[in-house]
Design a protein around this ligand. Structure first.
Ligand SMILES: [Cu+2]
Length: 688
């Protein structure tokens, strides 16, 4: 007996020593060792941080280039992969890999070995999960050889840390090759967010990953929020030939086939334009299948979500897309239920499918109530396909007890008959589908916020400052750059927030009748009086015909009203049916619409007669339908230099963005030794 007790004590002592040694091993790691450790484990954050009760969430991200369809093991020759029967196998021998290993492969759409940007060796980057109000610390190491980078924490308000917002030349200098940089910010608001590159078109190359903020336990929210009933699906449109710069050049100059014939610009179902940017396929969590015809795919192994019969699952869907909106539905499952958007909870809404635009996040609830089997979560791009084309991001939803089909057939959205079972499609960029399709669009006018952090009273004020911003491609023939109010954004050459005196904000050469390039900024709430702002965001006039997902940094705003252009009964845009001929007036005959006003003067200064005051939804990215407008409101309670831009990467790079300079008189000081940068200027003289 005695011995036994002694023995137990000894073992306890031994266990404590082992535990302490292991913990010391963890805490004594150098920064470099941490970077290597998280690369190996796949978990991006330090052990003993990010959990319930932890005050910080500390993570390490290594950014480097990688090739798809290649498997490398240390000390061994790289292996090229091919796709066979829904699996990635060795090209040379056809040998299969363990599933746990295969799951880590970077495959994209399996078309050929293409360059991507990997985060911690993964594509897309690993999920960072923090808890509401935690201090998030992210160390970023840039191991790309030629490209500099920055990372934006899309959805985070960055209150009191505006320099951590991650926008190159707005809130920081780019992180050069070989350099590292640490971001520090408060995890707020909770919900589904993501991180992505904010320089050039790097997001297109794969530099993005989910950022999930779990609400504190006292928040009244719809469950589940975490655990094995929650999945993340981050979506991207994919071009398997071109890198980001080639895509940009092709957007500007055209994309030609080998005989010199230009590819036609793509269009949406209402006739609005998309792009010369050619989409080949879609990816969910870095994987998708390339359809060589409208029905034949190459069988790339897809992301898998395991479900149990009759259980409810929250899917956090994030669009990291470059250009195209996606319509998301689940084969064999109707309805699904919208739960949240851009991190803000919505009163549950029953739909057949929803549309998600670049930069948006939509959470939906799936009740796994179908016959057990293999199903597909599908996100189809919204463009009108030419014959024998199909571009969709797909993932497998597999009932645990069923045999799995690794290479399931394509499924299309549910048929909607005219017997009254119409299909509700949430968040269309147009007012309706052709009437014979029996599909009904519902919009952000039709949903209600139930988010515990929402409080529309904070923007219900008589003292409202109203501003109009037109996101479009206006201009004279041959000069129609992306712009806001006719200003093509010229990025500063310094970190604007940290070096305000070195930014040339002069836009005097611009007026309602010219298109010009300058660092367009608007100052709001100079002295931080928590003033209420109403932005009327339009896409009207001669530069319209595209819908733009517009993203405001530093805030979530209330969506007070979305108004569309005029459509005929086939759902087609009516020529000259834009809101510049209805609710809004543009003073210039060129139809640049850079100085728009309400046609009815009594609507000015926030007096639009038809705003939604019944718990309007809160968002940070909203689609501005072509020819239409969206009215948003927010309280200016966050001093900072906030980028406000179209979230289509190629439009943004082309100049469709601007700076909202909020409360410059009381912006917090940047930390000591904050990195600064500038062009080398020597008045054209040689260095002597
Ligand atoms: Cu755009």
């Amino acid at each position: 007996m005695n011995l036994n007790v002694h023995g137990t004590t000894k073992m306890r002592y031994f266990a404590i020593v082992v535990l302490l040694t292991a913990q010391q091993g963890i805490s004594q790691k150098t920064e470099k060792e941490w970077y290597e450790y998280v690369m190996k484990t796949g978990e991006p954050c330090k052990s003993n941080t990010c959990g319930l009760g932890d005050s910080t969430c500390e993570c390490y991200l290594t950014i480097e280039h990688a090739l798809t369809m290649i498997y490398t093991e240390q000390g061994q020759q790289a292996v090229h992969l091919k796709i066979e029967n829904g699996k990635a196998v060795r090209s040379d021998s056809g040998k299969e890999f363990e599933r746990s290993l295969e799951e880590t492969f970077i495959l994209a759409d399996g078309y050929k070995s293409r360059i991507v940007i990997a985060v911690n060796g993964r594509f897309p980057g690993p999920t960072i999960t923090a808890r509401e109000n935690q201090e998030v610390i992210v160390h970023v190491r840039n191991l790309m050889h030629t490209d500099s980078t920055t990372i934006h924490w899309h959805g985070m308000h960055q209150k009191s840390s505006p320099w951590s917002d991650g926008v190159a030349f707005v809130t920081q200098c780019p992180i050069s090759p070989g350099q590292s940089y640490t971001y520090k910010f408060n995890a707020k608001p909770f919900g589904t967010s993501f991180y992505h590159a904010h320089i050039g078109d790097q997001r297109t190359m794969g530099l993005y990953g989910p950022l999930i903020i779990i609400p504190t336990p006292y928040q009244k929210v719809v469950l589940p929020q975490e655990g094995d009933k929650v999945y993340v699906a981050i979506i991207q449109d994919w071009n398997h030939d071109d890198d980001a710069d080639a895509l940009y050049q092709k957007m500007l100059l055209g994309d030609f086939d080998s005989s010199g014939k230009p590819f036609a610009e793509t269009k949406d179902p209402s006739g609005a334009q998309y792009s010369r940017f050619k989409c080949h396929s879609g990816l969910i969590n870095g994987r998708g299948r390339f359809y060589s015809s409208s029905t034949i795919h190459n069988g790339v192994p897809l992301e898998r979500f395991e479900v149990e019969k009759n259980e409810d699952y929250r899917f956090r869907v994030i669009s990291a897309a470059t250009m195209y909106p996606f319509r998301v539905f689940v084969g064999g499952h109707r309805p699904i239920y919208i739960l949240a958007s851009d991190g803000f909870e919505i009163d549950k809404k029953e739909v057949e499918s929803f549309i998600i635009h670049p930069g948006e996040r939509i959470d939906f609830l799936l009740n796994a109530d179908a016959k057990i089997g293999t199903y597909l979560l599908v996100a189809e791009t919204l463009e009108e396909y030419s014959l024998n084309e199909y571009h969709a991001a797909e993932a497998i939803i597999h009932y645990k007890t069923a045999d799995i089909d690794l290479s399931p057939k394509k499924v299309t959205s549910h048929t909607c008959d005219s017997s009254g079972i119409t299909c509700r499609v949430f968040n269309c960029p147009f007012i309706q589908y052709p009437s014979n399709e029996n599909q009904k669009c519902i919009t952000f006018n039709d949903v209600i916020s139930i988010d515990p952090n929402s409080n529309p009273d904070e923007v219900n004020s008589d003292d409202v400052v109203e501003m109009f911003f037109n996101f479009a491609f206006p201009g004279d023939n041959g000069n129609t750059p992306g712009s806001v109010n006719g200003h093509q954004f010229l990025p500063p050459t310094v970190a604007a927030y940290a070096q305000p005196d070195l930014v040339d904000y002069n836009c005097d050469a611009c007026n309602a009748y010219t298109i010009c390039e300058c660092t367009y900024a608007v100052t709001i709430d100079n002295d931080n009086k928590d003033k209420v702002y109403q932005f009327v965001i339009t896409s009207i006039g001669g530069g319209a015909n595209w819908s733009h997902p517009v993203h405001l940094h530093g805030h979530s705003f209330y969506v007070m009203k979305m108004v569309f252009a005029t459509y005929d009964s086939d759902g087609q845009l009516v020529p000259n049916g834009g809101q510049d001929t209805i609710d809004i007036i543009c003073p210039d005959s060129n139809k640049f619409c850079s100085d728009a006003k309400w046609r009815n003067e009594s609507w000015t200064n926030g007096k639009h007669p038809d705003l939604n005051w019944h718990n309007p939804p809160q968002k940070d990215t909203i689609i501005i339908p072509t020819g239409g407008y969206v009215v948003i409101r927010f309280k200016a309670d966050n001093p900072g230099v906030w980028f406000f831009h179209c979230h289509i990467d190629l439009h943004n790079t082309n100049g469709m963005g601007m700076i909202i300079n909020e409360s410059p008189n009381i912006q917090p000081e940047v930390p000591n030794n904050f990195p600064k940068c500038n062009s080398f200027q020597n008045d054209g003289k040689y260095i002597s």
